[in-house]
Design a protein around this ligand. Structure first.
Ligand code: 1CP
Length: 342
C-alpha cells in the first residue's frame, strides 16, 4: 500500500490527513537536546550522519508522524559553496558575506558542493534503511531567494534589507548569485534523491518580503527552474514548495512552478487556502505553531478547523511554521490525536 503522504501528494483526498511537523526534530524535545549535546554543537550534529539520523528518527518513535524530514539546515548548501558559516550561541547563524561579482565568481563550482555535503547524503541513506515502512522521507533545501538573503547579509534579518538593496542597486551580481544557488540546489537535491529521499521540499521562508514583479522573478522563477530540472531527472518525484507569507502570491503558485503541493503558513485562514490554493492541488499546513506552546481547547478547536477546511481535497496536516523551543511535547500529542480523531 502506498504511503499516505505520497497518496496526498499524488492528489488523493484522504479521510484523515497524513501529518508531520516543521522542525519536528528540535529543541522542544529533551532527547534532541541530549543528542545535540553529545554532538557538541549544531553544525557538528548536521555533519554527523549517525547522530543526524538519530534526531530525525526521535519524533517518529515518539509520535509516529507520517513523514520524517532529513535533519540538516538550509545554510549547509551556501557553506558548501565556500563562505564560512558558524552559529553564535543564543543569536543564530553568521556567514561570510557574498555581495560583489568577484565574490560570486569566487564561489566554488557547483560540482564541488558534494565534498562538504556527502555526510548529509549518508544521513539520508541511513534513514532510508531505518525508517518504518509507512514513513515517507522528505529531503529539502532553501529556495534561492531565502538562501541569498543569508549569503548577502551574513546573518538572519527581519526585513532582508541587505538582499533587497543588492537586488535594487546591482542586479547583475544579485542575479548571478541567485543563478549559482539555483544550479547548486538542483545538484544538492538530486544527491538527496539518489540517496533515498522520496519527496523534496523547498523552503522560501522570506518569500513574503518579495512584492510584485520581484515575487515573480525571485520566488516563482527560481523555484520553477529547480522543479523543472528535478522533474526532468526524476519524473515521479513529488515536490513541496513553501513560499512563506506569500499572501496573494499563493494563488496559482503550484501552476506557475510545477509544485505538487504548496505549504501554507498561518497568516492566511485555512478556508481562504482551501478556496484559493487547494483548488489547484495538494496543500500542507497551516496550524499556528503557538498552539504547541499554549495547548488546551484552542489547540483542539483550531486543529479541527484546519482539518475541516481542507477536507474537500488533498491535504497534509502541518504547522504554518516550525515548532518553537518553548513548545510542550504533550501538546504535539494532543494535536496528533485531534487530527487522527482519537
Ligand atoms: O540550536 C539548535 O539546535 C539549532 C536550531 C536549528 C534547527 C533544529 C537550526 C538553526 N536549524 C535546524 C534544523 C532545520 N532547519 C531543519 C531540519 C528539519 C526539521 O525538523 O524541520 C530545517 C528544514 C531547517 C530549515 C531552515 N533553516 C530554514 C527554513 C525554514 C524556516 O524555519 O523558516 C531557515 C530559515 C533556516 C536557518 C536557520 N537555521 C537555524 C536557525 C536558528 C535559523 C534561522 C535564523 C534566522 O533567520 O533567525
Amino acid at each position: 500500500m502506498t504511503k499516505t503522504i505520497l497518496r496526498a501528494l499524488a492528489g488523493e483526498t484522504l479521510p484523515t490527513p497524513p501529518i508531520w511537523m516543521m522542525r519536528q526534530a528540535g529543541r522542544y524535545l529533551p532527547e534532541y537536546r541530549a543528542t545535540r549535546a553529545q554532538a557538541g554543537d549544531f553544525l557538528s550534529l548536521c555533519y554527523n550522519p549517525e547522530l543526524a539520523a538519530e534526531v530525525t528518527l526521535q519524533p517518529i518513535r515518539r509520535y509516529g508522524f507520517d513523514a520524517a524530514i532529513l535533519f540538516a539546515d538550509i545554510l549547509l548548501l551556501p557553506q558548501a559553496l565556500g563562505p564560512k558559516l558558524w552559529f553564535e550561541t543564543g543569536e543564530g547563524p553568521r556567514m561570510e558575506t557574498t555581495v560583489t561579482m568577484d565574490q560570486v565568481r569566487a564561489l566554488k563550482p557547483v560540482e564541488a558542493i558534494h565534498d562538504t555535503l556527502s555526510p548529509v547524503y549518508e544521513t539520508v541513506r541511513i534513514l532510508s534503511r531505518e525508517l518504518p515502512a509507512e514513513t515517507t522521507l522528505i529531503g529539502f533545501a532553501g529556495a534561492p531567494w531565502t538562501v541569498a538573503t543569508y549569503m548577502i547579509a551574513g546573518r538572519g534579518s527581519k526585513d532582508q534589507g541587505a538582499a533587497h538593496a543588492l537586488k535594487n542597486t546591482d542586479r547583475a551580481t544579485f542575479s548571478a548569485l541567485i543563478d549559482r544557488i539555483t544550479d547548486a540546489t538542483v545538484e544538492y537535491l538530486s544527491e538527496q534523491v539518489k540517496a533515498g529521499a522520496e519527496v523534496v521540499k523547498l523552503f522560501d521562508s522570506w518569500a513574503g518580503s518579495l512584492k510584485g514583479a520581484d515575487f515573480e522573478d525571485f520566488a516563482v522563477a527560481p523555484t520553477a527552474k529547480i522543479i523543472a530540472a528535478m522533474k526532468a531527472r526524476f519524473p515521479d518525484l513529488p515536490i513541496i514548495a513553501f513560499p512563506r507569507e506569500a499572501g496573494s502570491g499563493y494563488i496559482g503558485f503550484a501552476r506557475k512552478t510545477g509544485a505538487d503541493c504548496v505549504a501554507l503558513d498561518n497568516s492566511i485562514t485555512p478556508e481562504w487556502g482551501a478556496e484559493n490554493v487547494q483548488k489547484d492541488g495538494c496543500v500542507q499546513g497551516n496550524l499556528a505553531p503557538e498552539h504547541m506552546v499554549t495547548g488546551g481547547d484552542a489547540l483542539v478547536r483550531e486543529a479541527r478547523r484546519v482539518v475541516d477546511a481542507f477536507r474537500g481535497g488533498p491535504h497534509i496536516f502541518n504547522l504554518g511554521h516550525g515548532i518553537t523551543p518553548e513548545a510542550d511535547p504533550e501538546n504535539v500529542k494532543l494535536m496528533i490525536d485531534t487530527v487522527r480523531g482519537a
